[in-house]
Design a binder for this molecule. Structure first.
Ligand SMILES: [Zn+2]
Length: 333
């Protein structure tokens, strides 16, 4: 089901760049893949040649083993593949995340991957690149999604922590990106106490530190007593919040850091007592501000809540369409 574009095609399994014979974030194994970032719905194993930032390739190595066909590309380096000049620029989503900027026959197309505009201590900020066609995500593409200031959400966490030193605050956070961001945001708010972590995020913590992201003193929950963990923050993947593992913690206040915490029902489903609205995706204002700033003639929307953003584009005289790619999830928010 190829459609649109003079030289770029959308298929259910990904975006195909014809003059380079390359696929962007394909959901099926391909001979040549360009990967925007390390989340598992974008970076899959089994490709032939893989072009990605050094950080993304390292994340893929951690998850899928060595990537023999891996080729690194630094931010802002331009390389020619087939008849396309390709450049990766920061997307501000997680460590190593990139937008892919492509030029061919005088036309510039940018694929955003997942992105956000607000500062994140673990990765460089999104770089706006004006273009003819902007291919964007729309995970939070509804006006109801407006993420609050991150610092004030972290302050709510710390206030809760300090209000009862006999309990711990257990924060559910996606293992790649969100967990390390919460730790660095806590450090930025002056929280220098040891932070406990679930074993499932240990390797990614180490990987972040190997790329120079300082996380401060971290301790594994395994072997720690309830008394030791009382009054501390504990970070775990969302799936661990309600499982047997959490029984070892001292009367945890269950928190969850996600853009979906805007929806009360989602918080209730996970028995979340302290919802923290902290997202690694652009909210409605960031999506629309970005499109205004890039001033493309066309916007293609890869995944998320496409309808409202498509309508907004049309109201602003920008052609817009949905690509309906399959396999992108929105739990990495
Ligand atoms: Zn992602």
């Amino acid at each position: 089901m190829a459609r649109l574009g003079s030289w770029i095609e959308s298929h259910p399994e990904g975006i195909y760049v014809r003059p380079a014979d390359a696929w962007i974030d394909p959901s099926q194994p391909k001979d040549r893949a360009w990967v925007t970032h390390g989340h598992s719905d974008h970076a899959r194993g089994g490709h032939g040649a893989v072009l990605a930032t050094p950080e993304t390739l390292a994340i893929m190595g951690t998850r899928y083993g060595p990537q023999p066909g891996g080729q690194t590309i630094e931010y802002d380096e331009t390389i020619r593949v087939g008849e396309v000049d390709v450049r990766f620029v920061p997307a501000g989503h997680v460590l190593g995340s990139a937008q892919i900027v492509m030029e061919h026959k005088g036309e510039r197309i940018v694929v955003s991957g997942d992105y956000k505009r607000r500062p994140d201590p673990t990765c460089p900020c999104f770089v706006p690149v004006p273009c003819d066609i902007f291919i964007t995500e729309a995970t939070f593409g509804l006006p109801v999604f407006r993420h609050p200031d991150t610092g004030s959400e972290i302050d709510r966490l710390l206030h809760r922590l300090h209000s009862d030193p006999s309990r711990c605050v257990l924060v559910g956070a996606y293992a790649l990106g969100k967990a390390q961001r919460i730790i660095t945001e806590l450090r930025a708010r002056g929280h220098n106490d040891p932070i406990y972590f679930h074993g499932a995020i240990e390797r990614l913590n180490q990987l972040y530190e190997s790329f120079g992201i300082a996380l401060g003193e971290l301790r594994h929950t395994g072997g720690a007593t309830k008394l030791e963990m009382a009054g501390h923050v504990v970070i775990a993947p969302p799936g661990a919040l309600n499982d047997r593992w959490s029984r070892r913690l001292p009367d945890p206040v269950t928190a969850m850091a996600s853009g979906w915490m805007r929806i009360r029902q989602r918080a209730r489903q996970r028995n979340v007592e302290l919802p923290l609205i902290i997202s690694d995706h652009a909210d409605w204002d960031e999506l629309t501000t970005t499109i205004r700033e890039l001033a493309p003639t066309e916007v293609w929307i890869t995944h998320g809540r496409e309808e409202a953003l498509k309508h907004w584009c049309m109201m602003h005289q920008i052609k817009a369409c949905e690509l309906n790619l399959v396999g992108y999830e929105d739990e990495d928010d």
